[in-house]
Design a protein around this ligand. Structure first.
Ligand code: IVH
Length: 694
């Protein structure tokens, strides 16, 4: 999709548009915050370009179309080779057309492409002399940039010393990961500063700031490696001849951070189709990345192809940015709502002036807890930077502090539970209604009856509301005491429906412990954690007997979570007793409970899974499952692995025994190959666990 252009009708509007764009661009490159978000800026520049195409004689000298992007900052350190920008494409068609024009220009098809994420930070050149980092320069206007060497030592991935004593220039992007940004804003506001609106602006502002009382870490990703005056001749020649992908391997070997270690490593592609497939993969991974990307950069990989294509004054002809839709927009925070969840947690939610981001109209964003609001210094009426990518729930990155008028109002925190009026337990970060689970019983029961929990067919939200309103159930155990007569007394409940519902409730008693545990809605545990706990302890009695130390033996439960899970289980004890009395399953099939002094438990008295083809193995699943596994969600795959005696894990490490790599598998597969870990296709894996597939 091409960004629609802003419509410019006359030369006055054109001049204004150029002025606005120049201001926005200056703010963008100097760490100030523009009133224009990326999308609005792109539209404006498109409009300017369209008008200029019709009025070539009236083009203004400072038009953003004519110069190297980032030209707003005049620096005093000349670049040895100009730091260029990139031209953009917005669709597969435009990309394909670009590859065709590149092929025409060099007189042959491009031999190979390299495809890597377009990191959303700012470009810097890092000069190493004899292996030591001596100077750090921003891009500036492309020919000269600002010396920001004071930031040396605060940028992860840009070591003070390389693994070899070489003299080279490394180019790449400085950015803040989401975690660094949040931390950075916290530190900044704690020192009385105004929060930065987004990670990009935060990185730009932080990089240029001198003599701050505090340091905020940033991250560097290299995407270029070139000789400097002083580089040994043979190394200089070699760098000039290496393919881009090989330069990245060399940079990594020097100790420079590259995309290789991320979920979206740079790869090479032999065809346009392969390059486009990688674009799709990176786009799909975007929402889950711990740092921002605004597109994908595709380069002719070979030095010979690059040299032949050459460069224009603004951008190389051998590389292109495939832009992804903007995921950030500025809108206003209208209100904060407080909703009670199924466990009684009172969670704030931001109500926004509706804003369209990547085709969806966003009216709400998550806020985690009251402290989160205070920490971010959010005020009602604030302009806020909203981030929304993929299916991830939109979030507010930060207020746009410089747009404040002074009329903004503090966010009011509730004094009583907004649902039932009871008191609020504010002893933890997440506030909770003193009635706990009983406060929003309908939500608790809906969750328990859900597909991944007790899977009670016919017990949807409306039915549960009926049951609760009629006073027939006061907790989860109440479901199992329902009688046919009680059900028949409900509106729109015929004999068949009543019988079916009773049968479905009765069937739920046979669900394994892992699902029962999940249905209880223990805070801090979801489906997979419940499964791990159930498999570790085998019986509800063992789980209830576990103290925090024993709970911590379960993979994924750390020192923080363990005591809160133990406390939750104690709170749930009366309910668990009632469920057990009602005949609900309290054991996990396929796992043998430890007997006192028996031989099936390990030294900690934990249960051990019995045998299975994956006994003792740690298995990671990545990419799309096909064949017999096609319909299995990740959750179901993990369940399958554990039933077959293995452990499931989401990340590849030395402890991994097997990686099931489906189509589109990326970094995890590569890592497995690096570590020499056994790989299996979905079909091979299906054969291995055939007895456990149902
Ligand atoms: S290559 C001459 N690779 O995007 C080639 N640039 O919009 C120019 N960027 O100025 C750079 N990720 O700041 C390249 N993997 C990547 C990149 C990347 C982000 C930035 C860079 C550049 C801007 C152009």
């Amino acid at each position: 999709m091409t960004t629609p252009a802003a419509v410019i009708t006359d030369s006055a509007a054109y001049a204004q548009a150029v002025e606005d764009a120049v201001k926005a661009s200056a703010a963008y490159y100097t760490g100030g915050t523009s009133v224009l978000d990326d999308d609005a800026y792109d539209r404006l520049v498109h409009g300017i370009a369209a008008w200029e195409a019709d009025h070539p004689d009236q083009v203004l000298p400072d038009s953003p179309t004519g110069k190297v992007a980032g030209g707003a900052v005049e620096g005093d350190v000349p670049h040895t080779v100009a730091m260029l920008s990139l031209d953009n494409v917005f669709s597969a068609e435009e990309f394909t057309a670009w590859t065709a024009s590149l092929a025409r220009r060099i007189g042959r098809e491009v031999e190979r492409f390299s495809v890597e994420p377009k990191l959303d930070g700012l470009a810097v050149a890092a000069r190493y002399t004899g292996g030591r980092l001596r100077q750090l320069i921003t891009r500036g206007d492309g020919t000269a940039g600002e010396d920001v060497s004071h930031a040396i030592g605060t940028i992860e991935g840009l070591p003070d010393e390389l693994a070899e004593p070489v003299t080279v220039e490394v180019r790449g992007e400085v950015l803040m990961t989401t975690a660094q940004f949040e931390h950075g804003n916290e530190v900044r506001t704690a020192h009385g500063g105004q929060p930065f609106a987004n990670p990009r602006g935060a990185a730009a502002g932080t990089l240029r700031a001198k003599e701050r009382a505090y340091t905020v870490p940033m991250t560097f990703f290299g995407y270029g490696l070139l000789p400097l005056p002083g580089t040994a001749t043979d190394l200089g020649v070699r760098l000039g001849e290496l393919a881009h992908s090989d330069l990245m391997v060399q940079a990594a070997a020097y100790g420079i951070n590259t995309t290789a270690g991320t979920a979206v490593p740079g790869i090479t592609a032999d065809t346009v189709e392969q390059a486009l497939a990688r674009v799709e993969e990176i786009a799909a991974a975007r929402a889950e990345l711990p740092f921002g990307i605004d597109g994908i950069v595709i380069k002719a990989d070979l030095a010979a192809d690059q040299q032949q294509a050459g460069s224009g004054s603004r951008a190389p002809r051998w590389a292109i940015a495939y832009k992804l839709p903007a995921v950030e927009k500025i809108t206003r925070l209208l209100a904060v709502e407080w909703n009670v969840g199924r466990t009684g947690i009172i969670a704030p939610r931001a109500v926004l002036e509706p804003v369209e981001i990547d085709g969806a109209t966003i009216t709400y964003a998550t806020l985690h807890n009251p402290a989160d609001i205070t920490r971010r210094d959010l005020r009602l009426g604030d302009h806020v930077m909203v981030h929304r990518a993929g299916d991830v729930i939109p979030r507010i990155e930060a207020p746009v502090a410089h747009l404040r008028t002074g009329d903004e109002q503090p966010v009011a925190f509730p004094e009583v539970c907004p649902r039932c009026g009871s008191g609020i337990d504010t002893s933890e970060q997440r506030w909770r209604c003193e009635q706990g689970r009983s406060c929003h019983l309908v939500a608790a029961l809906s969750y328990a009856a859900g597909r991944d929990q007790l899977d009670i067919e016919g017990l949807g939200h409306t039915r549960i509301v009926q049951l609760v309103d009629a006073g027939l159930v006061a907790d989860l155990a109440g479901l199992f005491a329902l009688t046919r007569e009680q059900l028949l007394g409900l509106e729109r409940m015929g004999e068949t429906s009543a019988d079916n519902l009773l049968a479905a409730i009765a069937a739920a008693k046979a669900q394994p412990l892992s699902r029962v545990l999940c249905a209880l809605g223990v805070r801090g545990t979801g489906r997979s954690m419940s499964r791990r706990i159930a498999r570790h302890f085998a019986t509800m009695d063992n789980i209830r007997a576990a103290d925090a130390a024993a709970m911590q033996q379960v993979e994924g439960i750390g020192t923080e979570k363990a005591p809160s899970i133990v406390a939750e289980l104690a709170e749930l004890a009366p309910l668990i007793d009632k469920l057990a009395t009602a005949g609900v399953t309290m054991t996990e099939p396929g796992v043998t409970p430890p007997t006192s002094g028996g031989d099936t438990g390990d030294a900690d008295g934990n249960a051990e899974p019995v045998g299975g083809p994956l006994a003792g193995m740690t298995v990671v699943v990545t990419g799309a499952m096909t064949g017999p596994l096609e319909d299995l969600s990740r959750n179901q795959m993990n369940d399958l692995i554990e039933r077959a005696g293995g452990r499931s894990s989401s990340s590849v490490s030395k402890k991994t025994t097997l990686v099931v790599a489906g189509e589109g598998a990326g970094s995890k597969r590569a890592k497995a190959e690096d570590l020499g870990i056994r790989l299996a296709t979905p079909d091979e894996f299906a054969a291995l666990v055939a007895d456990y597939l149902n």
